[in-house]
Write a protein that binds this ligand. Structure first.
Ligand code: CTP
Length: 397
């Protein structure tokens, strides 16, 4: 499954480091070549000798080990791998990665590398839930870092919750998915994301509020499961998913044109907050204030991209998924939307300001299909994306 894949495994200092020994054993069984790097703190939990014995490789420990610089400098070390895996990844290494610190061998490797990076976080539940760690996590996702786990359960410190490192088999599945053996391999999936901007004049526009965070997370989750993702996005400050084929648009009409041009696809997910109306006559000069009062702006309706694709005779994707951002009678409104637009599923959520969903890290959705409505618990947008991607994979098989 991982034959001849070169994995640079960084162990950082946490009690879960003991599981890394089992992980190394399983990685080598799967055919991977593991080059180990230990932080000083990791050496408090596992010995370099046991890691060297299990990997059959030299253990790298020190940035200023000149012999290593002659044999293999840290730059070369950082680039010689097909993937860098950090397991366990502490809150500290996550913070250092976000800040771009390079004060020891592992952080320097992470700053110098051009290889993909995957982390398996492990820490106390309060540390994991801390806003600082959650902020760092969001940034790491945005920087294209893959994250596996953590799991929920009893912890070494006696507390219960999220923070346990994923089991070695789960980490190996994530690696297998990364290397292109995921369940969505060979599937082409289109995702729309972000708002559209409808110009009023050269300096003004109207738009829906949308950070684009949920759409980008969906793109990343699909890519992690092996899909080819076509990502069509309106203007956002959230980075688009790495590895997707990205088209940036401004208006609803441009988004529709880009969607039609991308067909046929296996699945289409419409997470964009498309403006329902555009200004009928866009001024080519900035509108000026006048003694006659504010301008009267006339609107025209934008094309409904989701309804258009869901009702296509030719080239209709086998699964068409819409979103419904509502502020009241969520399920009834979203179910009516599913029927009106003729899509297969609707991901409905309550975006009233008091939910904190709009622009926040968390989401609470109801997945509506022709067979009914399923309320999901509140979870991170990344987790919503992962679970939705799993549902998509299930529906396609
Ligand atoms: N959508 C679209 N094209 C539009 C408007 C919406 O593709 N012109 C898609 C969105 O991407 C989303 C779904 O339709 O997947 C529902 O969008 P929403 O704004 O909630 O619904 P509307 O149809 O605009 O209905 P309303 O604003 O009246 O709630």
């Amino acid at each position: 499954m991982l034959t001849d894949k070169r994995i640079l495994l960084i162990l950082t200092g946490g009690i879960a480091a003991y599981k890394a020994l089992e992980l190394i054993r399983r990685l080598t069984e799967c055919g991977a070549r593991v080059t180990p790097v230990l932080t000083r703190a990791a050496e408090q939990f596992v010995t370099p000798l046991s890691v060297a014995a299990l990997t059959g490789e030299k253990v790298y420990r020190d940035l200023f080990d000149l012999t290593n610089e002659v044999e293999m400098g840290h730059i070369q070390l950082s680039r010689s791998a097909d993937l860098i895996l950090i397991a366990p990844a502490t809150a500290n290494i996550m913070a250092k990665m976000v800040q771009g610190q390079a004060d020891d061998l592992s952080s320097t490797i992470l700053l110098a590398t051009n290889a993909p990076v995957m982390i398996a976080p492990a820490m106390n539940v309060q540390m994991w839930d801390h806003p600082a760690t959650q902020r760092n996590l969001t940034q790491l996702y945005a920087d294209g870092i893959s994250v596996v786990g953590p799991n929920e359960g009893d912890m070494a410190c006696g507390e219960f919750g999220f923070g346990r490192m994923s089991e070695p088999v789960e980490i190996i599945s994530a690696l297998a998915a990364h290397f292109g053996s995921g369940p969505l391999l060979g599937k082409k999936i289109l995702v729309t994301s972000g708002p559209t901007y409808e110009p009023i004049d050269p300096v003004r526009y109207i738009a829906n509020r949308s950070s684009g965070a949920q759409g980008a997370a969906i793109g990343r989750a699909l890519i992690a499961m092996g899909a080819e993702v076509i990502f069509i996005t309106g203007p956002t400050s959230v980075p688009p998913p790495k590895g997707a084929c990205i088209t940036s648009v401004q208006t609803a009409q441009e988004m529709k044109d880009a969607v039609i041009a991308a067909l046929p696809v296996d699945v289409a997910i419409f997470a964009a907050a498309v403006a329902d109306w555009r200004v009928s006559t866009v001024s080519n000069k900035k509108l000026k204030k006048s003694i006659d009062g504010p301008p009267i702006i006339e609107f025209s309706e934008n094309p409904d991209i989701l309804a258009c694709v869901a009702q296509m005779k030719k080239d209709r994707p086998s699964l068409v998924i819409g979103f419904a951002a509502e502020t009241n009678t969520i399920v009834a409104n979203a179910t009516a939307k599913l029927q009106r637009k003729k899509c297969d599923w609707i991901v409905a959520n309550d975006v009233s300001p008091e939910t904190g969903i709009m622009g926040g890290l968390m989401n609470e959705i109801t997945l509506i299909s022709k067979t009914g409505a399923e309320a999901w618990p509140r979870m991170s947008k990344e987790d919503v994306a992962k679970q939705l991607a799993e549902r998509v994979a299930k529906a396609l098989c």
